[in-house]
Design a protein. Structure first.
Length: 468
């Protein structure tokens, strides 16, 4: 029998870059200004490295379909596992809505279209349901989608960085990149965008699923974390430099900033900008299609365990795809884009995208204490990769990223000045609404679980009685 080809370090690093690199978040991160270079460096060390190590241990030790949901459930019980599954899922349709808005914005931007509200909503709905339809079929797991998206992402970011260098040499910089400018200012507006950098680092646990195919996972996984993290930060910062060369940070749009930068760098809309815009639009759809299967299966798995509503447990018997979760994704995203004109926020892409970031960050909070708890209650479990260090170091590795998550979430959703009210109140209301709806769904799941357990016990009692 032909021996299965081993997954090389290069493959693991490439997958980390492909899965985690999200082009649409480059502009929100660049909106921090020159000090983003400081934040990228600090968060790479204090967040990404410990998060990557912890993901590597949990992902290679507990290899069930539930991922983070399973880890937290084993450590803290059904309800906390259900909360994680809920936030991990709900971020996806919100993300879908934000990318639908961005898709139509880029389309009108590169083709010079002027569309009314109704036409924009129709375009957004077509985008949402095209992604939803594809996600219901195995094609959503096709490698060519991921590979083509990877090419498009890297091409966009490299082109932006190269043009930025050319602009800086020939015409100067639109922003100050001197020593003082690179230091953090700790102003409220900049701190609000730091959550985007954390968001840009999430997703590494997907790479840990490859451990069984690696020649030496104990060595290759931490190497993939380090090299992958550096490459991801490089691509984001290279693109951010290009934007910084073209557009002053205080004028950078979180939605149209990337295309605006290309337009300014090349002197207007031309075939090159249109090609970049089309590649960008493709990455928006490909991101969702590539992530849909993982997100939907977590929701499907949780629903099978009565920790999510029954609708998420529906699957297509012909191809075993979780169609219930896919359809609910489309419905929720559709409701959001239809409601968008009534939301008091000028930048509706950022309103949805920020809410998506908040929901995803919330789903990761319990992962860090779960890591410590599982080390304590399940010490004999074989761990193909184990985070090195004693009890004190492990607590530091777990609690620092946990603290960073909580702090950045606070600055992302709580308006701390009158100027922030219009922008953050919709995000705060959306977060509270998502939390309340989630708790209702969890309680309903509890009732269903209790009902099934009672029926199971009654059936067992009847069988025992018959046997006696």
């Amino acid at each position: 029998m032909k021996e299965k080809k081993k997954f090389r370090l290069f493959d693991a690093v490439l997958m980390a870059v492909v899965v985690i690199l999200v082009v649409e978040s480059a502009a929100p991160a660049a909106a921090i200004g020159s000090s983003q270079f400081f934040w990228w460096g600090i968060l790479l060390i204090l967040f990404f490295l410990p998060y990557g190590l912890i993901s590597a241990e949990l992902g290679t030790t507990y290899t069930g379909d539930g991922g983070i949901y399973d880890w937290v459930k084993m450590a803290f019980g059904r309800r906390w596992g259900a909360r994680v599954a809920w936030f991990y899922w709900i971020n996806f349709p919100i993300w879908m809505a934000s990318l639908a808005v961005l898709f139509t914005e880029v389309m009108t931007q590169i083709f010079g279209l002027e569309l009314g509200t109704s036409a924009l909503i129709i375009g957004q709905l077509v985008f949402i349901w095209a992604v939803t339809f594809i996600s219901c079929y195995p094609v959503s797991d096709s490698k060519w989608i991921l590979n083509l998206a990877a090419f498009a992402k890297v091409a966009i970011m490299v082109c932006l960085g190269v043009l930025g260098i050319y602009h800086a040499v020939t015409k100067g910089m639109a922003n100050d990149f001197s020593g003082k400018a690179l230091l953090p200012t700790f102003d409220l507006e900049s701190l609000s965008f730091i959550s985007v950098i954390l968001f840009n680092f999430l997703g590494f646990e997907v790479v840990t699923t490859l451990a069984s195919d690696m020649e030496n996972p104990k060595k290759q996984i931490p190497q993939a974390i380090i090299f992958g993290g550096i490459l991801i930060a490089f691509f984001y910062l290279f693109a951010a430099f290009g934007m910084g060369a073209a557009v002053p940070a205080d004028q950078l749009s979180t939605s149209g900033g990337l295309i605006d930068s290309f337009i300014l760098l090349v002197g207007g809309i031309n075939p090159f900008v249109i090609i970049i815009g089309l590649l960008f639009m493709y990455t928006l759809a490909a991101n969702l299609i590539s992530w849909a299967l993982g997100v939907n299966y977590v929701a499907f798995y949780a629903a099978k365990n009565h920790d999510m509503p029954k609708i998420f447990a529906k699957e297509n018997p012909k191809n075993e795809m979780p169609v219930g979760a896919s359809v609910v994704n489309g419905v929720v995203a559709s409701v959001l884009v239809i409601a968008a004109p009534f939301i008091p926020n000028e930048n509706i892409f950022w309103a949805f995208f920020a809410l998506n970031v908040v929901a995803l960050l919330l789903s990761y909070i319990m992962m860090f204490p779960a890591f410590l708890k599982l080390r304590k209650i399940d010490p004999t479990k074989e761990r193909p990769f184990k985070v090195p260090g004693g009890p004190v170091l492990l607590k530091i590795i777990a609690y620092i990223p946990l603290a960073l998550l909580i702090i950045t979430l606070f600055f992302s959703i709580v308006p701390l000045s009158s100027a922030e009210f219009t922008e953050k109140i919709p995000i705060l209301i959306g977060t509270l609404a998502a939390t309340i709806i989630g708790e209702i769904c969890i309680r309903l799941g509890d009732k269903e679980y209790t009902k099934k357990e009672v029926e199971k016990n009654q059936e067992k009692g009847s069988l025992d009685h018959e046997n006696n």
